[in-house]
Design a protein around this ligand. Structure first.
Ligand code: NAD
Length: 477
């Protein structure tokens, strides 16, 4: 199978006819080859997007909304195809792609179709005449996304950019390019206007950087690692482009003795191991009140060891493999480092004996807040446990380190829940729940976890340029 770019309404290979192997995580075998784009492909896509921009921006909001609805309906009609492709390409349980991730990609298009018709700009009066603010599309924008939620995160960026009237160059991860390719093909099938959405595959250095530095690209929305986010900011900032960065995390899960933690064990386990721990919002640092530490770890580990690790296509599977050999090596190296640092493997830590990049879900106890294991993002099925004595210590442990994406707090004490929600240095807090998402809310992180927010009006504002118009009503001199 060969996966082409989608440029100017056409499925095309790279101009250089170079290809990259795409591996199936469940077997380790080559599943497909994806076009290895370069600056010439980026130029072609940007030219197409630039040509398409005036007509797309001139459509009524309701007409753009209709196109987004058609994309949503098109994915919905092929749910099984998209869900199976995502499962095989990324090693995700089919149950997850079928019931959560592809439906969420559909919701992203539907949600921002509605946003296109509901978005309004501000007006200010009573102080200096009448002021109203126009919000215009930026023009051509770039969306660069990672492998962990391939279509889900790509559409989270494409949908608001299109809804706000921009044309888009999307660069999916070269590790999981299949569903983005299907999205391009869907554009062809529904007659989506050529050049409005372009998808260019390839490596970050070969496609991502030329895209970020291209003169005609006015804004960059990026989700991925903090290291690459910093590099993109370094290129885009001197060029004075708008940048939105959704980066790594090292999220804390704070479990207090007064919470109904036993009732919530399934959610607590899910918050650590969903998608093999490869979700930026996964809680990878469990902070547990000392009085329940031992019984909590026993009960938690009992559930973790019951997780069915296996073929993602099997609907009984709870946890699939890691996404690639390189990522498998990174995660196993992190486990080895944890034991070197004095951590105790409570469960897991080993490769599962089958082809593909399977790793046992792993729980590590006995490490303090300053070790690399508790500071660096691992992004795999690995959680650490730390005990705390009181609320102040829990907060100090949670706020340790550079990342600040999300946290979950498990307590029945309402005052404590609100105190911690205000004091945690993160972009998102859940109380007695995890990853409950309302697409209207601001999404993003603090510190090394990112810059700016996406979601709802935040995204619509990011993808538009405000222009204020002041009008004299009377006595203006
Ligand atoms: P990555 O940074 O390696 O790659 C992300 C994307 O950037 C890919 O498409 C890649 O090809 C591209 N890229 C790489 N180098 C580039 C460069 N120099 N210029 C432009 N583009 C470049 O990240 P990844 O390994 O694909 O994803 C995992 C990371 O993503 C983790 O750190 C995770 O926490 C993070 N993530 C964050 C969020 C969030 O919302 N905060 C969500 C999902 C994943």
């Amino acid at each position: 199978m060969r996966l082409n770019h989608w440029i100017d309404g056409q499925s095309v290979p790279s101009r250089t006819d170079r290809w990259l192997d795409v591996h199936e995580p469940a077997t380790g075998r080559v599943l497909a080859q994806v076009a290895a784009g370069d600056a010439a492909d980026v130029d072609a896509a940007v030219d197409a997007a630039k040509r398409a921009a005036p007509a797309w921006a001139a459509l009524r909001n309701s007409e753009r909304a209709m196109w987004l609805e058609r994309l949503a309906a098109g994915i919905e009609a092929k749910l099984e195809t998209f869900a199976t492709a995502e499962s095989r390409d990324a090693g995700k349980p089919l149950r997850l792609t079928r019931t959560i991730e592809i439906p969420r990609a559909i919701s992203n298009f539907r949600f921002f179709a509605h946003a296109a018709t509901q978005f309004a700009s501000e007006s200010h009066h009573g102080e200096a005449g009448l002021n109203y603010t126009l919000r215009s599309p930026l023009g051509v924008v770039a969306a660069i996304s990672p492998w962990n939620l391939p279509l889900y995160l790509l559409t989270w960026k494409i949908a608001p950019a299109l809804a706000a009237g921009n044309t888009v160059i999307a660069k999916p991860s070269e590790i999981t390019p299949w569903t983005a390719t299907l999205l391009g093909e869907l554009c062809g099938e529904i007659g989506f206007p050529a050049g409005v959405l372009n998808i260019v595959h390839g490596l970050g250095a070969d496609v991502g950087e030329p895209l970020v530095s291209h003169d005609d690209v006015k804004a960059v929305t990026f989700t991925g690692s903090t290291a690459v986010g910093r590099r993109i900011a370094g290129i885009a900032s001197p060029l004075l482009k708008k940048v939105s960065l959704e980066l790594g995390g090292k999220n804390a899960t704070l479990v207090f003795a007064d919470s109904a933690w036993r009732e919530h064990l399934d959610t607590l386990v899910r918050s650590a191991f969903q998608n093999t721990g490869q979700i930026c919002l996964c809680g990878s640092r469990l902070l547990v009140e000392r009085s329940i530490h031992e019984e909590f770890v026993d009960a938690f580990v009992e559930r973790v060891t019951a997780l069915r690790v296996g073929d993602p296509i099997d609907t009984d599977t709870d946890m699939g493999p890691l996404v690639s050999q390189a990522h498998f090596d990174k995660v196993t190296a992190a486990i080895a480092r944890a034991t070197d640092e004095g951590g105790r493997l409570v469960c897991g830590g080993h490769r599962v004996d089958r082809p593909g990049w399977y790793l046992e879900p792993t729980v590590i106890d006995g490490l303090g807040p300053d070790c690399a294991t508790n500071r660096d993002e691992i992004f795999g099925p690995v959680v650490t446990v730390q005990a705390f004595d009181d609320e102040a210590q829990a907060l100090a442990l949670a706020n340790c380190g550079d990342y600040g994406l999300s946290a979950s707090v498990w307590t029945h004490d309402l005052g404590r829940a609100h105190r911690l929600a205000a004091a945690l240095r993160v972009g998102m807090v859940w109380i007695n729940t995890w990853m409950q998402r309302d697409l209207r809310t601001p999404f993003g992180g603090a510190g090394a976890s990112g810059l700016g927010r996406e979601g709802g009006w935040e995204a619509m504002r990011f993808f538009t340029e405000p222009k204020n118009v002041g009008i004299c009503l009377e006595n203006c001199e």
